[in-house]
Ligand binder design. Structure first.
Ligand code: NAD
Length: 330
């Protein structure tokens, strides 16, 4: 059986990536949409064969509870709206997929997890990299340590743009580089090390203060791990960067790019090449998450994983507001 998925928020990511990827899945079907833009409805209905009964807006979304066509609600809204709509989806009794970052505060993340637990539905966070084969190889290496102990890591994800989506410059909506690309650096440092950081220090910088008068343009953060390893992490809307580089006691390896819709590739110090993986990343992610629902197994990237990042993101902002002060995460 295929699971019926409803997308909430028909912006760039839903339109350009998720809806096309849903056509490539084995276990999912795009059956519903939730949108505040009525003008988008005819095109989505004709392109994807979506029934009238499966079209919702933000006001009547709760009534999706009575719609057996829909098994999963995927929240693809501005970051500060994730919590409210994940809770609504869970209360409608549907499994929930939520884009990254999970939310803007740890408090919201906990409310989302609680709502999903209470309604006995699964919650997956859209950290697509964790579903990607080369990423999974280095996640395994963090455990098997083929190049010795991890000593230092570099995790950098960002891009230059002078045409940023307006809400991504708006603090109220959860804008800024850290919530957008920074969670890739942070999540990457955590999955590549296989460890939870014990301390963080961070600073923000900007080259375009008029544009970045509310949110961070560039955030630099250093993580310390329990074995003494450190991670130097960066993210930016003002500089392109895309590398996860791991130094170990007997060599090392990197993924470059490590955060990309396709073509994630890398190399290890013994010459091992990590060739790009051919499959559509979002299709693999959604099929993995659908199979977890169908087989009632744990999801790969649960709400607890999103929460771990947001707890650290809160400390990153706190450190940056306090002159880069080193803050304990314990
Ligand atoms: P977008 O601005 O293109 O789309 C956002 C959608 O939300 C739009 O359809 C907009 O109409 C709707 N919306 C509802 N209320 C709104 C409001 N008050 N202000 C602005 N928009 C409102 O953004 P996007 O790039 O599609 O990002 C959506 C989510 O997806 C974000 O959480 C983002 O981090 C995530 N995302 C993830 C990836 C990934 O690779 N996993 C890639 C891009 C975006």
């Amino acid at each position: 059986r295929k699971l019926g998925v409803a997308l909430v928020g028909l912006g760039y990511y839903s339109t350009d990536l998720l809806a096309p990827a849903l056509q490539l899945t084995d276990h999912c079907e795009l059956r519903g949409i939730v949108t505040g833009s009525p003008e988008k409805i005819p095109q989505w209905q004709s392109k994807y064969g979506i029934k009238d009964a499966n079209v919702y807006n933000y006001e009547n979304m709760e009534s999706i509870a009575n719609n057996d066509d829909i098994d999963v609600i995927y929240i693809v809204l501005p970051n500060s709206m994730h919590a409210e709509y994940v809770v609504k989806a869970a209360n409608a009794g549907k499994h929930v997929w939520c884009e990254k970052p999970m939310a803007t505060t740890a408090k919201e993340c906990r409310q989302m997890i609680e709502a999903c637990n209470k309604n006995n539905v699964k919650l997956s966070i859209g950290y697509r990299m964790q579903h990607e084969a080369n990423t999974q190889t280095i996640m395994k290496w963090a455990k098997t340590k083929p190049f010795g102990e991890i000593e230092n890591l570099k995790a950098e994800a960002g891009f230059y743009s002078d045409n940023i989506t307006p809400w991504k410059l708006d603090k109220e909506l959860g804008g800024g580089a850290m919530y957008d690309m920074g969670v890739y650096s942070l999540n990457g440092a955590r999955y590549a090390s296989g460890m939870e950081p014990i301390a963080v220090s961070a600073t923000h910088t900007t080259n375009r203060p008029q544009m970045f008068n509310e949110v961070d343009e560039t955030t630099i953060f250093d993580l310390e791990f329990p074995n003494g390893a450190t991670a130097a992490c960066r993210t930016s809307f003002g500089e392109s960067m895309n590398i996860l580089d791991i130094d170990c006691s007997k060599g090392g390896y990197y993924l470059k790019p490590f955060q990309s819709y396709s073509g994630v590739k890398g190399k290890a110090s013994d010459g091992t090449v990590l060739e790009p993986f051919g499959k559509n990343q979002q299709a693999v992610q959604m099929d993995d998450d659908a199979l977890a629902i169908i087989n009632n197994k744990p999801v790969m990237v649960p709400g607890e994983e999103g929460l771990k990042d947001i707890i650290i993101v809160e400390k990153i902002f706190e450190s940056a507001a306090n002159g880069g002060k080193r803050l304990s995460l314990q």
